[in-house]
Design a protein around this ligand. Structure first.
Ligand code: SF4
Ligand code: SF4
Length: 606
């Protein structure tokens, strides 16, 4: 099973009855697997793709207040969005077991940051468990629920990409009988605590953490009790898995005591004292921040990120772990400091036939020299086309567009600003900044790239899809009505594959925005990779390159469809028939009109 699938199975087997999430790599498959496996096994439960991580957190958390076991899953930057309820939920506590699964992405492979969710757990003051493999993550789901219910506290499970996306043989177990009856015991002093009571809750929380730091089932484990030496290695998560393999395969297994930490925060107090008393030097291996290291409070003895013995950024890959251990065991002070090797390979690009490419090309035509704030999604790849100037975080395209406008207005300058945001991202975090832009009179064009799915993370439904996590019918949001309800005076829908018309629509929107207020253009065309879409794809056109092609490369560099290839031998462009979807948009791109529909072909894009 994939790690995410294994965690989903563990949630079901351990009685999770409410699960919610917002898609984000590397965590996306947890919720989809919960929904699928729950349906297959006939588990009575509720699974939801929420509109964002804050809402997902609040849905699952509230389920736990009724006594049910619940879970919310997200990627690490999603936890930023959910941090508000997380901080508060630590104080108010839980009734049923509540797991917060926040998947980290050291590397980072598909994230804006390498942030360490364990630091968020420390800040919120909730315990965090750090699995080293899919099977270990399953074990920690069970342990996490036990911990959560015993101490009445949310528990974080922090898998990393290598755990989420690893595959391991898993023996499915029984679905344990779990509570299904629901009872919300009213207690406003706790659930609706005012600041005075919050102080009391904070004291209570400190007491819980103190007890959790002494709770035996999550104590660090010594894996080679026979080893004798004054230098010890402490590791957690995937770094522990690498270190175990490296040490067990060498003589060091007998001379370097090795400890695995499963609960990096709060670190067990007895363990801290024992380590300080027993060893002259302690090497700490962990991704990505020095969470264990800082709890030792011992700069003299501990070797890690603060001393330069372990890199502060990037993944701890097996080669690096081996080098670090060899240096440490050989008595070298450290200075590993080498970051993970730079990745090679071709740069990522939008798929052949992707309607986002047409939208970006049109934006550049309509607003050359403009400022182009963008957002989080596959359309971030518009930066290859020179139409993505900023990417900050979910929803920021809209506020950054407003920010650019206000700054230029202050300086008495005018500039065309065209922001892009995906449909799912718009629902997630784009609506409040759009209301703000209307209220503050910001002038820009917002293009909502509506491909009717959450494409980058695996085609999860959006708020407008009208189906739930298992495909069951659900309500659907109305994007145009929402945009108008924000107060936007110009809201029009266009098809980017009809390039000429779409450029004209953008020009109209720009003219409106220059006169006052934001204008919204909804670029609506389904994702070419999503076979489940209800919306019709443009009729394919068979496209050919004529002898008029001079090989100027305008189409390959400015439009960059992967199906357009430059043929060095022929010194002209050819079409890769396997990749070409026949969207026909490139017909409008060649300045010499050398790209044409074949005889008798028309199509939507022509
Ligand atoms: S197809 Fe047109 S744009 Fe592309 S290389 Fe040939 S002449 Fe240039
Ligand atoms: S028709 Fe042109 S733009 Fe569309 S996929 Fe084929 S080569 Fe790419």
């Amino acid at each position: 099973m994939l790690g995410n699938e294994a965690m989903a199975l563990a949630l079901l087997e351990n009685g999770c009855r409410v699960a919610s999430s917002y898609p984000g790599t590397p965590a996306s498959e947890i919720l989809s697997s919960v929904a699928r496996l729950g349906k297959e096994r006939g588990v009575p439960m509720y699974a939801e793709w929420a509109i964002n991580e804050k809402v997902a957190f609040e849905i699952a958390y509230t389920g736990s207040l009724t006594g049910l076991r619940t879970a919310v899953s997200m990627k690490q930057v999603g936890l930023n969005v959910a941090s508000d309820p997380l901080m508060s939920a630590a104080y108010t506590g839980v009734s049923g077991g509540f797991l917060v699964i926040s998947a980290d992405d050291p590397g980072p492979h598909s994230s804006q940051t390498e942030q360490d969710s364990r630091l968020m757990a420390m800040m919120a003051k909730v315990p965090v468990l750090d699995p080293d493999s899919p099977a270990h993550a399953m074990e920690l789901v069970a342990r996490g629920y036990e911990l959560s219910e015993r101490f009445g506290i949310p528990v974080m499970l922090r898998p990393t990409t290598r755990v989420c996306h690893a595959c391991q043989d898993i023996l499915p177990g029984e679905v344990l009988p779990a509570r299904t009856e629901v009872e919300f015991r009213k207690n406003p002093d706790r659930w609706a605590a005012t600041p005075g009571f919050r102080l009391e809750l904070h004291r209570e929380l400190a007491g819980k953490l103190d007890a959790i730091a002494r709770w035996e089932p999550t104590a660090p484990v010594r894996l080679n009790p026979g080893a004798a030496g004054l230098r010890a290695v402490v590791a957690c998560g995937v770094a522990a898995s690498h270190a175990r393999e490296i040490l067990a395969g060498s003589e060091l297994w007998r001379s370097v005591p090795f400890y695995q930490v499963v609960q990096p925060y709060p670190l067990h107090t007895a363990f801290i004292s024992r380590m300080r008393e027993s060893y002259e030097e302690i090497l700490v291996l962990e991704e990505t921040a020095g969470v264990i290291e800082m709890q030792f409070l011992d700069r003299m003895r501990v070797r890690g990120k603060a001393t330069g013995a372990v890199p502060e950024v990037g993944e701890l890959l097996p080669d690096a772990v081996e080098r670090i251990i060899a240096r440490f065991a050989g008595g070298e002070a450290g200075g590993e400091g080498e970051p993970a090797p730079a990745k090679g390979g071709r740069r990522p690009t939008l798929c052949a036939g992707c309607s986002h490419r047409a939208s970006f090309y049109a934006i550049r035509k309509a607003a050359p020299g403009g400022i182009y704030p963008s957002d989080i999604g596959c359309y971030t790849l518009g930066l290859n086309l020179g139409v993505v100037d900023t990417v900050l975080c979910m929803g920021a395209a809209v506020s950054q567009a407003a920010g650019f406008y206000q700054a230029h207005r202050l300086a008495g300058k005018t500039v065309d600003i065209v922001a892009t945001i995906g449909d799912s991202t718009f629902y997630h975090a784009g609506i409040p900044p759009l209301i703000d832009a209307v209220v503050q009179g910001a002038r820009f064009v917002l293009v909502i790239l509506d491909n009717s799915t959450t494409a980058m993370t695996g085609f999860q439904p959006t708020a407008a899809t009208g189906s739930g996590a298992s495909g069951e019918p659900r309500g659907a949001a109305d994007m145009e009505a929402l945009v108008r309800a924000c107060g936007v005076g110009f809201c029009r829908v266009g098809k980017p594959s009809r390039l000429t018309e779409f450029v004209a629509l953008l020009e109209e929107a720009l003219a409106y925005s220059r006169g006052g207020g934001p204008a919204v253009v909804i670029a609506r065309e389904p994702c070419v990779m999503d076979r489940s879409h209800a919306i019709r794809l443009p009729v394919p056109v068979r496209v050919t390159i004529t002898d008029d092609c001079t090989g100027c490369r305008h189409c390959t560099t400015q439009f960059e469809c992967p199906a357009l290839l430059y043929d060095e031998a022929g010194q002209r462009v050819v079409i890769d028939g396997l990749l070409c979807t026949g969207c026909g948009v490139c017909i409008h791109v060649c300045p010499l009109e050398a790209i044409r529909a074949e005889e008798g072909e028309g199509g939507d894009g022509a």
